[in-house]
Design a protein around this ligand. Structure first.
Ligand code: BDR
Ligand code: CA
Length: 342
């Protein structure tokens, strides 16, 4: 069967790592490029993490293009400080110290703590930067490309502004971000949409079809110890690497969000946005609605305001919001993909 052509825009990040393993190991996607953005860590580290993962799983042929450190109009450092301050307000005891630069509370100092990749990695970033790489792939493609976005939407915002004539080549954007009903990071907030609210607004108002995998679904589709055991039982390098990283992520995530009482389970947010592209039937509940993005300079910046009751009849239903997936099928996809890698 013909592979689906995609670009993956990410900020690895443990769950971005899982998204890359799923995308590559599934054998169903033609990954034309991986582009990076700062989010879970600095752009230098998220790019290095992407290179490490791709090399380790045997995907050296996929070009990696480095993107932006700062959001379109804000500074990454300021957004992180704001995030830390608002977390402190919500949960003074649980709040991690503000590092000023990273999502270190969950993903560690490197953005992907918990596994030591071999130091020698011949893979380096492409000469082109992320947005140029995206434009090149779109320009040269005979068929429409699906964009999978698992980090802040800075690169996509710039792509839309700089290359409007190429946008008809985008089939759909499948993104991890936002939330309709869950209230987590800050009020109504999710990390990716919070980091670059202006880019998020540009993307959501672009008219490009969007499927949104926000906290509504990612906190329903959880892995547990038996998933880690299945990954280890694969016996290959990738299975062990993924098992180590998911174990690290589960403990740091659950420590920093202890009020969620997740026990031995945790989400793998970003992999959801890949799974639905590989096999749309894994999505069991999706609803089309108008989604507006808040950027007004308040505590709610980056909020995805979802009209899930259909009150705003005159506004376009611009987003397919995913609410549920088949958890068993999803986890099996992850394990099988890891098993198909090196
Ligand atoms: C999102 O933020 C990051 O921590 C994860 O990689 C994911 O993309 C979840 O809010
Ligand atoms: Ca991410």
């Amino acid at each position: 069967m013909k592979k689906i052509p995609v670009i993956i825009d990410c900020d690895p990040g443990h769950d971005d790592m899982m998204a890359l393993v799923l995308a590559y190991g599934s054998g169903k996607l033609d990954i034309r490029a991986v582009t990076t953005v700062a989010g879970n860590n600095t752009i230098a580290n998220t790019t290095q993490n992407a290179l490490n993962v791709l090399h380790y799983i045997g995907a050296d042929g996929i070009p990696v293009a480095m993107g932006y450190q700062d959001p379109m109009v804000r500074s990454h450092k300021e957004q992180m400080e704001l995030l830390a301050a608002s977390r402190k307000k919500m949960r003074p005891q649980a709040a991690a110290p503000a590092t000023g630069i990273t999502g270190a509370a969950v993903h560690g100092k490197t953005g992907m703590d918990g596994f030591d990749f071999p130091e020698s990695n011949p893979k380096t970033p492409a000469d082109l930067r992320s947005v140029e790489m995206m434009a090149k792939v779109l320009r040269e493609s005979q068929e429409p490309i699906t964009l999978i976005a698992t980090g802040p939407l800075t690169n996509l915002g710039f792509l839309i502004r700089l290359y409007p004539h190429l946008l008809s080549k985008i089939q759909r954007i499948s993104l991890m971000g936002g939330t309709s009903e869950f209230v987590l990071t800050r009020q109504f907030m999710e990390f990716n949409t919070f980091v670059d609210p202006e880019a998020t607004k540009i993307v959501f108002e672009s008219g490009i079809p969007i499927t949104m995998y926000g906290y509504d679904v990612t906190y329903r589709v959880l892995f547990n110890q038996s998933t880690i055991d299945r990954l280890r039982a694969l016996g290959n390098n990738t299975g062990n690497m993924v098992a180590d990283l998911l174990s690290y992520f589960r403990s740091s995530h659950n420590r920093s969000l202890s009020r969620l009482n997740l026990g031995d389970t945790a989400p793998i947010h970003d992999a959801c946005a890949v799974a639905g592209v590989i096999d749309p039937s894994v999505v069991t509940d999706v609803r089309k609605m108008h989604v507006d993005i808040n950027v007004g300079g308040s505590l709610l910046d980056g909020a995805t305001v979802c009209d899930y009751q259909g009150a705003l009849e005159s506004l376009p239903k611009n987003v397919d919001v995913v609410y549920n997936m088949d958890t068993e099928r999803f986890l099996t996809m992850l394990v099988e993909a890891a098993g198909a890698c090196k």
